[in-house]
Design a protein. Structure first.
Ligand SMILES: NC(=O)c1ccc[n+]([C@@H]2O[C@H](COP(=O)([O-])OP(=O)(O)OC[C@H]3O[C@@H](n4cnc5c(N)ncnc54)[C@H](O)[C@@H]3O)[C@@H](O)[C@H]2O)c1
Length: 255
């Protein structure tokens, strides 16, 4: 155990971030790299993943960018091996962040769109976590950070599919935290709120935006960089006694 700035130091600890070309994923990849982690930046959009990795490298960090559709079990296995190869053959931090929304009122949700949202959030996290498990460090530095949402905690109008997936992610997080404790792997979930492409519609629609801001005690949206530090915390020695938790980084929306 180190203290001072070393408490958050991730030097040499490899990380794999899914959906890492997006608003939050890219900020998390950059923050983990800034803390010293070699990062495998993965996304369904390979060019965008490569661009995030290039920026990290240009900033003095270590990163590679690869294609990973989290619904593809074989690709998840290849990505886990590649991420582990960035350090000593072990993977230290897996961030299951990839996600989409498909808003619709319940009566209008068709089975395909319901299934797609479940597949990307829940089955995707299942694939990536099973793929990562053989490589995850068992010396107390192994971490799984699942990205959930206020929708999974409190429900959201017009997002039954997304809320069901994100609540499922919380259940998976808690059960895995119990199972993997014996391997000293810590499993937590983080519920962020940030200005990203995913939240663009709600932020730019005047009525939705006013309603939403009225529910956020801090009365503003965070930039993705503002939520990324909490991921570094959960990945670091500073969180060595934290497992099975849902950390909301959302301006007080859920409390
Ligand atoms: N932005 C918010 O306020 C907010 C709130 C709660 C939860 N979240 C969650 O945070 C995570 C990141 O969201 P964001 O706001 O950065 O969204 P975003 O749309 O900016 O990024 C999502 C990323 O996921 C990628 N992706 C989509 N489908 C994929 C797939 N099948 N495989 C791999 N990658 C895929 C996209 O290409 C994109 O780069 C998501 O899990 C989202 O549900 C976001």
């Amino acid at each position: 155990m180190t203290y001072g700035n070393g408490l958050f130091d991730l030097t040499g600890r490899s990380a794999l971030v899914t959906g890492a070309a997006g608003g939050i994923g890219a900020a998390v990849a950059r923050a983990l790299a800034a803390a010293g982690a070699p990062v495998l930046v993965t996304d369904v959009d390979p060019a965008a993943a490569a661009a995030v990795a290039e920026r990290i490298t240009a900033d003095g960090g270590k990163a590679d960018g690869v294609a990973l559709d989290v619904r593809d079990r074989d690709a998840a296995g290849e990505a886990a091996a590649r991420a582990a190869a960035l350090s000593d053959g072990r993977l230290h931090v897996l961030v299951n962040n990839a996600g989409v929304t498909a808003p619709a009122m319940f009566a209008d949700i068709d089975e395909d769109s319901f299934q797609k949202v479940l597949d990307i959030h829940l089955l995707g996290a299942f694939h990536c976590t099973q793929a990562a498990l053989p490589y995850l460090a068992t010396d107390g530095t192994g971490r799984i950070i699942n990205v959930t949402s206020a929708a999974g905690l409190t429900g959201t109008l017009g997002q039954v599919n997304y809320s069901a997936a994100k609540a499922g992610v919380i259940g998976m997080t808690k059960s895995l935290a119990r199972e993997l404790a014996r391997r000293k792997i810590l499993v937590n979930a983080l519920a962020p709120l940030a200005a990203t492409p995913m939240t663009q519609t709600i932020r730019t629609d005047e009525k939705f935006s006013q309603q939403m801001l009225a529910r956020i005690p801090l009365r503003r949206w965070a930039e993705p960089e503002e939520v990324a530090g909490a991921f570094v915390f959960l990945a670091s020695d500073a969180a060595s006694y934290v497992t099975g938790q849902v950390l909301a980084v959302d301006g007080g929306l859920v409390m």
